[in-house]
Design a protein around this ligand. Structure first.
Ligand SMILES: [Zn+2]
Length: 88
């Protein structure tokens, strides 16, 4: 940034604008690589009509992984949530 000291405010504003756009793009990109997964807990405790909105609104194909004898983890990386249920 030392390079820009002494340049006109317009140029500095422009540079700041470009830099913030690049920064936003980079953070967006980072999120796609490692999304922050929201842990919703165990679905067995959820009553009918009390499901978390994020899971209700999800129209994606979820990834179901067996994590135990009777436990299955359901996960959507696009929405960024996970929960599990116990089928015992
Ligand atoms: Zn989803």
């Amino acid at each position: 940034m030392i390079l820009f000291i002494g340049t006109s405010p317009v140029v500095r504003l422009f540079v700041m604008n470009v830099l913030s756009k690049i920064g936003r793009y980079l953070t967006m990109d980072m999120k796609q690589v490692s999304p922050e997964i929201q842990d919703l807990g165990v679905a067995n405790g959820w009553k009918r009509g009390k499901w978390p909105v994020i899971a209700l609104d999800c129209k994606h194909e979820t990834t179901d992984t067996k994590i135990g004898k009777t436990r299955t983890e359901v996960r959507c990386d696009i929405c960024g949530y996970r929960y599990e249920y116990d089928s015992s």
